[in-house]
Design a protein. Structure first.
Length: 557
């Protein structure tokens, strides 16, 4: 690996930010950010959710949301650029970005290969098929030819994030702004991407924005802390002089990538089934195994080969087997974690469970009733019983609606009885959002705030089962701890079940006594989380545990 560059000694830094302020409407969001970044230097910008990190990056990139007014100084290569949109900025120095939301960063209507080729051509690079495949292979993507031929919607969140990374690195930028680039990645892919950033950024300056302090320390020579829109501390590694605290500075770091031991709280499902097919402790009054609330049996899903058919080509068509006989059961009130490497089939499984996609074979039942795609009215009972928290809330939430209206929408559409205004206020309060957030639109929220709005929207309905796809990935350690307590408390008090998709095995362990590992479309582990982390049996599970560095989980006696 390359040696980390030290702080810039250049009299003219590549990036200079002085007194940056951003106001949206009449509300100041950023109010005093100072930052220098020299050529080839790597600096991390860290802070709690809503502190202004992403808006600072947007100001640097010329991508502020509509209605945002910025003031201060932003210079790239000694050229003032604050009030110049990204499309009108000079081409030198070259600036690239990796966004937090991979779904909105890629055009869903254009094949990945065409987008990647356009990115490479714009910088005069080699856009041959072999070069593009090599770029994707460097990020750890398997079968690059199939990825290039497909559309972004056919990829998992982690795969899209790595496509973004390949597009950014292809242009050999002078400055790379990376906003939470490892958020959507499983531990194995995260390790690969961090290694790639370390090895491939020789001569490229990096502004790394992340909640992951372990990754920030590994990649960057300096860490700049931001809180409430202001720079509060900065230091050099390894002697930063900054206490090892949460991003809000109030206590010890809640989670670490290398050493995690979680006490699992008691609650419904704390002594749940070891395997989905045994239901060892979920039993009816007569001692017989109780039927699962959500049951998926023998799910198969095959996607056609995404590569366009060419009459002159003799290459065989190779369909994608996304699911191969997957079984999954979640009992009433049970908390189950679902893990697996990027591309293992998790997204396809969730789409089938949510009645958004039809399986080629197999069945899904909820409370004994079959679930399959159909008319909205016919699925209203199911949407009341099962609610979903998406991985990319920024792309899932209507940008024209306020946060309060977004939380209220499912209450009205599903005809949930009661005082909807009170339910909205309660839901927002439960996820730690102040009342003033109710009037803001998604574009005025940070990534973490948007994620909490999506969680509040799901909880407001009072579902019997919550299906959550990485609901904690955009939150700082303090908020993650609060949301963990909220979800476990909701499960215990309301009897709500949970199916949690997570790449962070320590956080999965904090919420779910039982874990399921998906690999190549099949369930390869279905065991108590403590046992899985202590002694994984399948090689894919073992690789996830090794890459995450999660320590064995201690269950209370």
């Amino acid at each position: 690996m390359s040696t980390r560059p030290g702080p810039s000694t250049s009299p003219t830094p590549l990036l200079c930010v002085r007194g940056l302020s951003v106001v949206i409407g009449a509300r100041p969001v950023v109010g005093g950010v100072d930052l220098d970044l020299g050529p080839g230097e790597r600096v991390a910008l860290c802070g709690p959710s809503g502190s202004g990190k992403s808006l600072t990056a947007a100001a640097v990139l010329g991508r502020l949301p509509p209605g945002a007014v910025a003031d201060g100084i932003v210079e790239i290569g000694a050229t003032p650029v604050l009030r110049i949109p990204a499309a009108l900025r000079p081409g030198s120095p070259r600036v690239a970005a990796i966004g937090q939301d991979s779904r909105t960063a890629l055009n869903p209507l254009v094949r990945v290969g065409r987008q990647l080729r356009a990115s490479v051509r714009s910088t005069g690079g080699d856009d041959s098929d072999g070069s593009l495949r090599a770029l994707l292979a460097d990020t750890g993507l398997e079968d690059p030819a199939r990825v290039l031929a497909g559309h972004p919607g056919e990829l998992s969140g982690g795969q899209r994030q790595r496509v973004q990374l390949a597009m950014a690195l292809a242009g050999r930028p002078d400055l790379l702004v990376a906003d939470e680039p490892t958020t959507a990645l499983d531990p194995v892919s995260r390790r690969r991407v961090l290694d790639l950033l370390t090895e491939r950024l020789a001569g490229t300056a990096l502004l790394f924005i992340s909640h992951d302090l372990a990754a920030a320390r590994e990649l960057c020579a300096r860490i700049v802390r931001i809180r409430a829109g202001r720079t509060v501390a900065a230091g050099h590694r390894p002697d930063t002089g900054i206490p090892d605290r949460n991003e809000d500075g109030r206590g010890p770091t809640a989670t670490r990538a290398r050493s995690v031991a979680v006490e699992l709280p008691r609650g419904p499902g704390a002594d749940g089934p070891v395997r989905a097919d045994t239901a060892a402790t979920s039993r009816a009054a007569d001692g017989a195994p109780a039927p699962a609330f959500l049951a998926a049996r023998g799910l198969h899903r095959v996607h056609p080969d995404p590569r366009p058919r060419r009459p002159w080509s003799r290459a065989p068509r190779r369909p994608v087997h996304a699911l191969r006989g997957a079984d999954l059961a979640v009992h009433a009130g049970e908390r189950v974690g679902l893990a697996g490497a990027s591309g293992a089939g998790k997204s396809t499984l969730l789409r089938i469970l949510l009645a958004l996609e039809r399986a080629d074979d197999g069945t899904v039942t909820v409370d004994g009733h079959p679930v399959r795609p159909g008319p909205v009215r016919g699925l209203r009972w199911y949407r009341r019983a099962v609610q979903y928290v998406p991985q990319d809330p920024a792309s899932a939430l209507d940008p024209r609606a306020s946060a309060g209206d977004l939380v209220a929408e499912p209450l009205a559409r599903l005809a949930v009885p009661g005082d909807h205004a009170a339910a909205v206020a309660t839901a927002l309060d439960r996820v730690g959002l102040a009342g003033t957030v109710a009037g803001r639109r998604p574009g005025e929220l940070s990534g973490g705030q948007a994620q909490r709005v999506a969680l509040a929207r799901a909880l407001a309905v009072g579902p019997r089962l919550l299906i959550a796809d990485e609901p904690l990935s955009g939150l700082d350690p303090e908020l993650r701890s609060r949301i963990v307590e909220l979800i476990t408390g909701t499960c215990a008090e309301d009897g709500t079940g949970l199916l949690l998709v997570a790449h962070d095995l320590a956080l999965l362990a904090a919420l779910c006594p039982r874990a399921v590992v998906l690999h190549d479309g099949a369930v390869v582990e279905d065991r108590p989380t403590a046992d899985l982390l202590a002694a994984p049996r399948h090689p894919a599970a073992a690789e996830l545990v090794r890459a995450s560095g999660a320590a064995p989980v201690r269950l209370p006696a």
